[in-house]
Ligand binder design. Structure first.
Ligand code: ADP
Length: 275
């Protein structure tokens, strides 16, 4: 007799390719500030040796590049930590409303500096969801941070917390700020979950918005719509972290955006008391 054994390695191959791709991107992202640092060190040792004014300016740029490397490494570590545990649902409980207030307080100085108002509305009491506080804090912080970053001076960032919603109600409210905006679901809550009651966090801004065709790529690692060449460009990892945390928490993530009007990100999380 003859035994024919066929194996489909497509998924494994695809994962390997994604890994190689990720390493190449991460290395490239880290090399850019490093190259700039080396360049400035050379200049300061040579042509700018006796120019204190230039030295001060260069040191400031170097500080910015070092900060950028630190942000990248910290985001890369967060991402790999969450990916390691992603297949295991969280066990503890966390108060989403408290996490939001903490994030707002932590980012208040940034908001002030940028001339943007942070407005928290919705439930004021405890909103207990099944989850890990630190991971949820990263979700909330990354979303508020982005909303702040892309807001104009004088703008408002709205942070809304809702609790005790049914799955359909939560899904609908998660991303329905503007009727005619582009809308996309980045993470869909798994069907057949035990939770019957959900909390929703919505962070919206009146920034430049994101064109519809870019929405599907937002949570890809290192993806940036606008390559942001300023002194403090993002890492492109913030929304990837948000996505993985939401996936681990068996929640949902929606984005709604319209160029010229703003962006709204909605997160839906299973509530603890209903699990
Ligand atoms: P970054 O560190 O670059 O902000 P993210 O993963 O958090 O990385 O976001 C990816 C990209 O999505 C950003 O570079 C930006 O182009 C776009 N983006 C995210 N949030 C907003 C927002 N609130 N308004 C406009 N664009 C946004």
């Amino acid at each position: 007799g003859v035994l024919v054994s066929l194996h489909d390695f497509t998924d494994i191959k695809r994962m390997e390719l994604a890994r190689v791709d990720f390493l190449a991107n991460a290395s490239h992202e880290l090399r850019t500030p490093l190259t700039s640092l080396s360049g400035f060190i050379e200049t300061m040792r040579g042509p700018a040796r006796d120019d204190p004014e230039a030295r001060d300016r260069f040191l400031e740029i170097m500080q910015g590049q070092a900060d950028r490397m630190r942000r990248l490494i910290s985001d890369l570590l967060s991402l790999s930590r969450i990916e390691l545990v992603e297949h295991r649902p969280p066990e503890g409980e966390a108060d989403l409303a408290a996490v939001v207030v903490e994030a707002r307080d932590a980012l208040a100085p940034v908001a002030k500096e940028r001339g943007v108002e942070l407005r928290v509305t919705g439930v004021t009491g405890a909103v207990n969801v099944t989850g890990v506080r630190d991971e949820l804090a990263q979700v909330v912080q990354n979303l508020i941070d982005n909303a702040l970053k892309y807001s104009e001076k004088g703008g408002v960032v709205d942070i809304e917390v809702l609790a005790g919603l049914g799955p359909d109600e939560a899904a609908a409210l998660g991303g329905r700020r503007w009727d005619d905006a582009g809308r996309m679901s980045i993470v869909t809550a798994p069907a057949g979950g035990r939770a019957r009651s959900f909390a929703v966090l919505r962070v919206s801004d009146g920034g430049p918005g994101i064109e519809r065709q870019y929405l599907p790529r937002l949570s890809e690692r290192f993806y940036r719509v606008d390559q942001g060449r300023g002194l403090k460009p993002g890492t492109g990892l913030g929304l990837a972290i948000v996505k993985h945390v939401v996936q681990r928490h068996r929640g949902a993530l929606l984005v709604e955006s319209e160029p010229g009007r703003g962006s709204a990100f909605g997160v839906m999380l299973p509530m603890a008391d209903a699990a």
